[in-house]
Design a protein. Structure first.
Length: 54
């Protein structure tokens, strides 16, 4: 459970960094931060789905 929550928080932080980069018009970093955010959120989702069955 704690791994899922940490990955969720880190994913949200990456997405916030992507939004800040979009505001500052740094589009190459928007793509990088967006991919990292989605990867962490997907990882948190997969852990949540695996633990849901227990």
């Amino acid at each position: 459970m704690r791994h899922m929550l940490m990955r969720l928080v880190i994913g949200l932080v990456w997405l916030a960094a992507a939004i800040v980069s979009a505001v500052t018009l740094n589009f190459s970093m928007v793509i990088f931060f967006g991919v990292m955010g989605v990867a962490f959120l997907f990882s948190a989702y997969s852990i949540w789905k695996k633990d849901e069955g227990k």
